[in-house]
Design a protein around this ligand. Structure first.
Ligand code: NI
Length: 166
């Protein structure tokens, strides 16, 4: 393998993070009965909590000098400050980003994607994975969405502005 091939080689790195948060699955667009039918005990008014496990995958060219695709320390700081600090030991239903969206795992991985996309130094955000319960795992990646939300760099900036104004 020559130097050009070495420069072109791509790989992915995935880091794991944890946060605990409370939520209640409830949509203002549904009636009380519809909410109960859709969400079951997850709609109980007192809410409940999860120990979330978050996976952030970054893909990029392997730096020939370091052998890495990204600076893991910088990635850890970014995720800790942007995601973990925002959600850990909080009620997700009180987060302004969920003012009009239910706090499902699907919406959570979308939000986390928007919070991180465009802010990764070295490599690009490839995938967000989130374990909510023993039996629930959620994923979001631009490749899953096939570009439907490709303009969300702008949406991400709005979310940052919302978070910073809190
Ligand atoms: Ni839940």
């Amino acid at each position: 393998m020559g130097p050009d091939e070495l420069r072109a080689a791509q790989a992915s790195v995935t880091r794991r993070y944890r946060f605990a948060a409370a939520h209640r699955l409830h949509s203002d667009r549904l009636s009380a009965e519809e909410n109960r039918r859709q969400f079951g005990k997850c709609n109980n008014p007192n809410g409940h909590g999860h120990n979330y496990v978050l996976f952030v995958t970054v893909t990029g060219a392997i730096d020939p000098g370091t052998g890495c695709v990204t600076d893991v320390g910088k990635l850890d700081r970014l995720v800790s400050e942007t995601v973990v600090a925002r959600f850990d030991h909080q009620d997700l239903n009180h987060d302004p980003a969920f003012a009009e969206r239910t706090t499902t795992g699907e919406n959570l991985v979308l939000l986390i994607w928007d919070l991180l996309a465009g802010r990764i130094q070295g490599g690009r955000l490839e995938k967000i994975g989130l374990i909510e319960t023993r039996d629930n795992f959620f994923e979001y990646a631009a490749s899953i969405d096939r570009g439907i939300r490709s303009n969300n760099a702008a949406a991400g900036k709005e979310l940052h502005a919302t978070a910073q104004s809190q």
